[in-house]
Design a protein around this ligand. Structure first.
Ligand code: 26Y
Length: 853
């Protein structure tokens, strides 16, 4: 009977409307008469979710039946953004005819249906809070990968944590960043399925029970835990584009066990015994807001173990269902470590295999090293995870022992190969012996336990081999270290963020159904239109319309007061830098450049030039910034304040007549990015060479027709290769010179160029707060070695901006041509290409496509 009455997906307006009304009246227990926009968002989401879950169920059943090799992507961060809009675009439908809205995805008919019901889709979409369970690039990369893996029908699961609080919401008060909590679950979450049947007990602390006191054997020992909590699974469907494949993202939440401390209870301490239990929930309460900077906090290690242990128990349980021998584990399972945050999974699996499953140590270890692979996202030392031995050993006593044993066997091998090389042994050891305390080096552990280590762009992958992991290349050979250049999903970052451009491209390359979103090399077809004046006009009109969209947002964020002069918007250069605030990303260089420009304009006026003459030299421009600083990062916060102080002065300088504007967009997040990125003429990716592993917003901007000013760093290198060096504004010192320049600064052998000195001297004029507010910033350049080489790159940065100004101002056709040619050559940066490379060269997995496609 249940088979015959199979639940049906809706395929068109009427079916959706029925589902919508049903959810309003039953799931929400409201009537259509008092259905507000929030309820409409919830009902729409639940209706769409129902469709996804039918495909999800079929996908998962297919995987269970065919039992192919699966990929598990372990990431502490998934920066998903909004789900509904994306689901509407991705959700498959057999009837994808063009609806009257001109939208050939399911979004088209749902928009229509909502109109019918008296709602506006855009307003309904606004009701959804961002799922902001990540800091920046690393978390968004994980989200793009999920989209591509589902689209390619790769049997893959994401595993992460379901934080109650995502990355903080940023407010700007008097120019300063203020953090406020992001309680994203306030109105519930229609996109998650709580799996109360999947609860995994997780243990911390305790001691190790060695058999009969025999300390000479390595195994099996048993960990006797102290504190216990439960991990509950929450599942999020991940729909692929133009396929019925729907993958799963499983996030864990901590909750108390139902066990009870009777000792305390019997002592009459009821309240305390309950309090203890409540503490469990704090494990998944909040995402740590640090990006590329670590501090050894116990709760963070607890989060990591809780998540690794729950995920591995799930993975192992699923493997055991197939009743295969253990030696087939790595034929069935590939586990990708998103940076070192999940490295404990290596140790946990070794513990499961040796202590619980009673495998021989070496047999277990060979399974491990065929299963895991590790992606590195940074060469900066302050981001490399290390845990003090004492802290580690108290929380995870058995795991520390296992690490010692792993290290012992590893170093023995190294010693055999390189006798008497003490330096080498010290460098590659998983344990750092240095004072003041011994530490576990997670990167070393990740390398030793993985079969492949990859960087995220060519330059970065080269650098890890020659700097931080140099000694491991000696030990393991070059082949273990590879590159997979990052990518982004064109579904969200082109189709969803920039529907007008996607439509124009589709028409231009005779692909109105936008299949190019699945095969981005088709964008090449744009090349031949790059010079066509009519097409250029259309191209520029899309840009203009996107600039208005951003100007609306900025006006809104500015309390309803207009910042950008609308009349001239088509010829106003939108110059944008949005990313986490970090000294190495050099937002300070950008704002110093703005000050330089402002001083020059003022000087022209002072020297008797007319505003028309100024306008001839300098195109109209808005400098837009956005990004969060880690709450404890003093310098980054000071840069935010400087940007806002400069904005205050420049925007209120009537003499300039709107020729220059500056705006800091508060609370930069995925949804705002979708509005900001399509509006750029120019975006800034100006990190000190060798510091930005890849960057991914650089790809997003260019894919949306923006040009780049940037250093020879991260994926800027591959972008240049793909689009051609005539189409990018590169400047600055190369990474091979960085060490040398830093050395010179240390010994005061460099003199600052007059251009930057002039700017540094002017900085304090922009603040009224108190005297010398920005001294730490200027001192770091003048007296403290200028570690990020702002002064060394300043003149070449300004020169690059001069070229930008000239081209934008006096040769707009050439500018637009560069924009079109760039987009035409961005196919390489689709995360689909990137996932193909992981699947072929690291995971050895194949797609498992639905029968129909
Ligand atoms: C250990 C800890 C506190 C920590 C937390 C977050 C360390 C690092 C991070 C986040 C790192 C990150 O987002 N890295 C970025 O990864 C992107 C995707 O590969 C790169 O494009 C980008 O260059 C890199 O900075």
């Amino acid at each position: 009977l249940w088979k015959k009455n199979n639940i049906q997906k809706f395929e068109e307006e009427e079916g959706f409307e029925k589902k919508f009304v049903t959810h309003v009246e039953t799931s929400l227990a409201r009537s259509m008469y008092n259905c507000d926009e929030l309820a409409a968002y919830e009902a729409t989401s639940m209706a769409v979710r129902d469709n996804l879950l039918i495909d999800w169920s079929a996908t998962q059943q297919r995987i269970t039946t065919r039992d192919p090799k699966r990929v598990y992507y372990l990431s502490l961060e998934f920066l998903m953004g909004k789900a509904l809009d994306n689901a509407l675009i991705n959700m498959s439908s057999d009837k994808q005819e063009f609806s009257s809205t001109g939208d050939n995805t399911s979004r088209g008919y749902v928009k229509h249906a909502l109109d019918d019901l008296g709602f506006n889709l855009e307003d309904v979409l606004q009701k959804e809070p961002d799922a902001a369970l990540g800091n920046g690039g690393l978390g968004r990369l994980a989200a793009c990968f999920l989209d591509s893996m589902a689209t390619k029908s790769i049997p893959a699961w994401g595993y992460g944590l379901r934080y109650e609080y995502g990355i903080f919401a940023q407010k700007i008060i008097n120019g300063y960043q203020v953090e406020t909590p992001d309680y994203w679950l306030n109105f519930g979450n229609p996109w998650e399925i709580e799996r109360n049947e999947i609860q995994v007990p997780i243990t911390f602390y305790g001691y190790v029970d060695r058999n009969n006191g025999d300390t000479t054997t390595l195994s099996p020992s048993q960990w006797v835990g102290g504190e216990r909590v439960l991990a509950v699974a929450y599942d999020f469907p991940v729909p692929g584009f133009k396929t019925t494949s729907v993958n799963n993202l499983r996030l864990w939440r901590a909750k108390p066990t139902t066990e009870f401390d009777f000792a305390k209870f019997n002592n009459g301490d009821y309240k305390n015994s309950v309090d203890e239990q409540q503490k469990a929930e704090s494990i998944t309460a909040v995402l740590y807001p640090n990006d590329n900077f670590t501090k050894g906090k116990e709760l963070r290690l607890k989060q990591q173990y809780f998540w690794c242990a729950a995920s591995l128990s799930d993975i192992v349980r699923r493997f055991k269902k197939s009743r295969r021998p253990w030696r087939e584990f790595s034929d069935q399972v590939a586990i990708q470590l998103n940076d070192t945050h999940p490295t404990l999974a290596i140790v946990e699996l070794q513990r499961i295999l040796v202590d619980l499953e009673k495998l021989d140590w070496h047999e277990a270890w060979s399974i491990i090293t065929q299963t895991f692979a590790y992606t590195n996202h940074t060469v900066m030392l302050e981001a490399l995870e290390k845990w003090p031995i004492d802290l580690f050993g108290s929380l995870l006593p058995r795991h520390l022992e296992i690490i010692y044993d792993i290290n012992w066997f590893f170093l023995k091998d190294v010693q055999k190969k390189f006798p008497k090389d003490v330096d080498l042994l010290r460098n590659v050891s998983i344990i750092e012996e240095a004072s003041p305390e011994r530490q576990v080096r997670m990167a070393n552990l990740a390398i030793v336990g993985s079969h492949t280590v990859n960087g995220v762009a060519e330059l970065h992958s080269q650098l890890i081999k020659t700097t931080i992991f140099r000694d491991f290349v000696r030990v393991f050979g070059e082949k273990k270290f590879t590159n997979v250049t990052n990518g982004i999903t064109p579904r969200r970052w082109l189709r969803q963020a920039n529907p007008e451009l996607a439509k124009l491209i589709g028409e231009a390359i005779h692909d109105p159904e936008q299949n190019f979103l699945l095969n981005m090399s088709k964008l090449n077809g744009l090349t031949k239109m790059a010079d066509d004046p009519d097409f250029q006009t259309k191209w520029d009109s899309v840009k203009e319309s996107n600039k208005h969209r951003l100007a609306d947002l900025i006006k809104d964020l500015n309390g309803g007061v207009e910042v950008i002069n609308r009349e001239h918007i088509r010829h106003t250069l939108f110059d944008i830098q949005v990313k986490r605030m970090h000294e190495y990303k050099r937002q300070q260089l950008n704002i110093f450049g703005v000050i330089h420009r402002y001083l020059n304009m003022k000087d022209m006026l002072k020297n008797g030039k007319s505003i028309e003459e100024v306008a001839k030299r300098y195109p109209r421009k808005v400098s837009i910034f956005g990004g969060k600083s880690a709450p404890g990062y003093y310098m980054a916060k000071l840069v935010i304040k400087l940007i806002n102080s400069v904005a205050d002065v420049v925007n209120n300088d009537e003499e300039l007549q709107d020729l220059l504007k500056v705006f800091f967009i508060p609370d930069y997040n995925v949804s705002k990015a979708e509005i900001i990125i399509p509006a750029s003429d120019l975006s800034e990716h100006i990190s000190t060479a060798g510091t930005e592993a890849s960057g991914t917003s650089n790809m997003k901007f260019v894919m949306n027709g923006g040009l780049i000013i940037g250093t020879v760093d991260g994926a800027n290198v591959e972008i240049t290769r793909e689009i051609g060096e005539d189409n990018i504004f590169l400047f600055g010192n190369l990474s091979e010179n960085v060490e040398n320049l830093r050395f010179k600064h240390q010994y005061n052998e460099t003199e600052l160029p007059p251009s930057i000195t002039r700017v540094l001297n002017a900085v304090e004029k922009f603040t009224s707060e108190y005297k010398n507010e920005f001294k730490p910033l200027t001192d770091s350049i003048k007296y403290h070695g200028d570690y990020y080489l702002v002064s060394d790159d300043f003149d070449s940065y300004i020169a690059a901006h001069d070229l930008v100004d000239d081209l934008y101002h006096h040769n707009k056709h050439e500018w637009i041509k560069k924009s079109i040619i760039s987009v035409a050559n961005m196919g390489f940066f689709s995360s689909d290409r990137c996932i193909d490379e992981y699947a072929d060269t690291i995971w050895n997995v194949e797609p498992l496509k639905p029968e129909s496609s």
